[in-house]
Write a protein that binds this ligand. Sequence first.
Ligand SMILES: NC(=O)c1ccc[n+]([C@@H]2O[C@H](COP(=O)([O-])OP(=O)(O)OC[C@H]3O[C@@H](n4cnc5c(N)ncnc54)[C@H](O)[C@@H]3O)[C@@H](O)[C@H]2O)c1
Length: 405
Amino acid sequence: MSDKIDWAREYMPILEAVREQWQEEQPLDDVTVGMAMHVEAKTAVLAETIAAGGAEVHITGCNPLSTHDDVAEALDSQEGISCYAERGVDTEEYYEAMDKVLDAEPDVTVDDGADLIFRLHEESPEQLDGVLGGCEETTTGVHRLRAMEDDDALTYGVYAVNDTPMKRQFDNVHGTGESSLASIAMTTNLLWAGKTVVVAGYGYCGRGVARKASGQDADVVVTEVDPRRALEAHMDGHTVKTMDEAAEGGDVFITTTGNRDVIRREHFQRMRDGAVLANAGHFNVEIDLDALDDLAVSRRDVRDGVEAFELDDGRRINVLAEGRLVNLATPVSLGHPIEVMDQSFGVQALCVERVVEEEPAAGVHDVPDDVDRRCAEIKLDSLGVEHDEMSAEQREYTQEWQHGT
Ligand SMILES: NC(=O)c1ccc[n+]([C@@H]2O[C@H](COP(=O)([O-])OP(=O)(O)OC[C@H]3O[C@@H](n4cnc5c(N)ncnc54)[C@H](O)[C@@H]3O)[C@@H](O)[C@H]2O)c1
């Protein structure tokens, strides 16, 4: 067992409540669950919970740099759980580990980024008939799955855990906001106050990063491609610029778009000496590192998790965690705060149960509202917070169309 997992478990009341119930009821008896997620302490508590429900769990990472090896080892030693994740693997090893999960022929898949489900469809199509369904954790994974669905390529039902309020309005906003800033600060040991922080993308993650950076007394500049979100950023009090304009003045750049090449050659050429670049989007495609490498006369590791690219005029551009998820992939990254992951993983756990109960039709599905509400109720209960209930008259009023002036 691991102290890190014990510590996380203490702050995860939703998973604790689910585990207590499942230990009795064993709803996942005889079910094999394949998982590809960031293997660190909070995920370990989710895997344990699923195993406590009676499932056999096979888990690997969903990012080559986010695994905590001590947690992976502790998980692998637990009854009913096999863990294949290792930090620092290359692409081939990353997919070899994923194939080990698929060798177990999972009935349910739990993904963060959709690599496992994609691999299953590409490499082991003969297994697809036996799969009951799946769950997807993040925005980018849900986008990939919707694209598969549009191409009629998705053969089973998947719950879009990312899109449900208990996940997206907390994990993406507060989780990404707090943990990205914490990781950048711990990796660089630099001050936020007075810095110009450029946040690319003002979606759920971008709003969180921008809000928390403002709270640390930084000047926040937002770049966006969606006019409504650009307007929202403006009205939330941030400066909105194009990346072309923002490139010159930024001290720290944080990408949160889920899109590729958001910071590219023409931007690197205008940046200040010492600019810090970090990505908080799912894949390492937001900062065009090939272009930066092409421009650089040299590159070297200057601190753990920081690589400096020196340009021909002597300016240095510092890239964190190889452009991978900064809140999970630097050597000091801890990922999201525990409490916020309890919410996301509480929804994940209950969706695994719902997959087994309902075998959802092929396609991407919203998380059932009762699942989301149940997680909120457990969380509020654990906080000792009470909330109002609608009266019968109020419920009727909100459901009828005849009422007017
Ligand atoms: N770091 C983490 O732990 C973490 C947590 C949750 C989600 N994510 C990932 O973060 C990314 C964003 O997630 P989200 O929920 O905020 O998505 P979202 O769709 O709510 O927001 C993305 C925003 O980026 C904007 N955008 C797209 N291309 C852009 C460009 N070239 N320049 C500027 N803006 C651009 C979009 O218009 C949108 O407003 C995804 O890849 C998601 O998987 C990471």
